[in-house]
Write a protein that binds this ligand. Structure first.
Ligand code: PMP
Ligand code: GLN
Length: 388
């Protein structure tokens, strides 16, 4: 019998410095210690039964085969209608909107469409965790600029200094994960001034577009003609309809950019889940489902803040998203990651250390709490945190 030498396959990692995401790590720790999970951002309350019924109906009605690779046309038309209603911008459902399996995929494809090796992309930190690995996978380089603690505003002078001939894109995210900071019209004007007459594109992560509080308007890139002509705007239905596990989203871009985006999309996923697209096309007609979302979550934020006033954690402002930051200098001087692990193990509440959203080590002694939870979940978590 012939014997073979055992030669294990080796490969060169494309992401050598990347490990498991902090969301997965903290959710696993929460499960291990039976902690209440205010870490990873997902609601623990049910999504709309009407929407799940619409999916079942679509399946029963025979919508179980591929739809067009760009997405089910009535869904794209419904999105165009929503954008017109909210931001006064007319879009072509045919050439400017593509349905994607979630916001992460929309971002990935936008970077893949745009970036060449050696390009630079400006990313504000703390930053949602997928941006930098996605940029680096394209052979491009992320140039990070820190948001100014404690209100996490943009240092526009630093942005101007960071820009040079290799700068290909700027990533923006409002409302912001993890801080809950929100861009103003003045920020958009600054951005407009900086990118005019350049070849700099904008990747606009707007997955929290409706999760905005205190009467603030959402400054969508789609409201600004000089910006949207150079932007890929990325959205997620997971956050709008309380179904993060559905992984449904979309990307909006000018027709010429979108046609390149679709070349990549067609050979990656080709098309997305049909019954969910059919259901979403119908459900989007009910505007109250998304216009009421800010008030619904603001109530949760306020209730959580009210409960947390009984603890030694100090709130930082949150004007949007699922998240509220708390500083813990009154409790401990430990680094954020150590403290987050200890709170999970000792108090039984999982959170996310904000330092995980930085590539350069920055530790302000702040944890991120997800308040998109049932009242009883928030009450039980705060009861446990009182002991810290
Ligand atoms: N961007 C931000 C800021 C997020 O918080 C998330 C996660 N919800 C996403 C993008 C990704 O969205 P999705 O789950 O639809 O991929
Ligand atoms: N967006 C969610 C958060 O920020 C997590 C999504 C994920 O686990 N990748 O918590």
């Amino acid at each position: 019998m012939q014997s073979f030498m055992h030669t294990p396959l080796t490969l060169q990692s494309k992401l050598p410095s990347v490990g498991t995401t902090i969301f997965t790590v903290m959710s696993a720790l929460a499960a291990e210690y039976k902690a209440i999970n205010l870490g990873q951002g997902f609601p623990d309350f049910p999504m709309s039964g009407e929407l799940t019924d619409l999916v079942s109906k679509a399946m029963r009605d025979g919508f179980n085969q591929y739809v067009h690779g760009n997405g089910y046309l009535p869904l794209r038309e419904a999105i165009a209608g929503k954008v017109q209603y909210l931001y006064g911008t007319e879009l072509s459902a045919d050439s400017q909107i593509t349905i994607t399996p979630g916001g992460t995929y929309a971002l990935f494809t936008a970077f893949a469409t745009l970036l060449q090796p050696g390009d630079e992309v400006i990313v504000f930190e703390p930053a949602y965790d997928c941006y930098i690995p996605q940029i680096e996978l394209m052979g491009a380089k992320a140039v990070t600029i820190n948001l100014v603690f404690p209100d996490y505003r943009i240092n526009w002078e630093a942005v101007k200094e960071a820009i040079h001939e290799r700068t290909r894109a700027i990533v923006i995210n409002t409302p912001h994960n993890p801080t809950g900071a929100v861009w103003s019209a003045a920020d958009m004007k600054q951005l407009e001034d900086i990118v005019q007459n350049t070849q700099i594109a904008i990747i606009s992560d707007e997955v929290y577009e409706h999760l905005i509080f205190d009467g603030l308007p959402h400054e969508s890139i789609l409201k600004y003609p000089a910006l949207r002509e150079r932007a890929f705007a990325c959205f997620s239905f997971g956050k709008v309809y309380h179904c993060t596990g559905w992984k449904m989203g979309y990307c909006i871009a000018p027709a010429d950019l979108m046609s390149e985006f679709r070349k990549i999309h067609q050979f990656n996923v080709f098309t997305c889940d049909t019954p969910k697209q059919v259901a979403l096309a119908e459900f989007l007609k009910d505007r109250q489902q998304y216009t009421g979302l800010g008030a619904f979550l603001q109530q949760k934020r306020d209730y959580f803040q009210q409960l947390m006033a009984q603890t030694r954690f100090r709130p930082l402002p949150s004007h949007g998203s699922y998240f509220q930051l708390y500083a813990y200098e009154a409790i401990s001087g430990e680094p954020e990651k150590d403290f987050a692990v200890r709170v999970t193990k000792e108090a039984g509440v999982a959170t996310i250390p904000v330092s995980a959203f930085y590539r350069q080590p920055v530790d302000n002694g702040v944890l991120r709490f997800c308040f998109a939870k049932k009242e009883e979940t928030l009450e039980a978590a705060v009861e446990r945190l009182k002991g810290m």
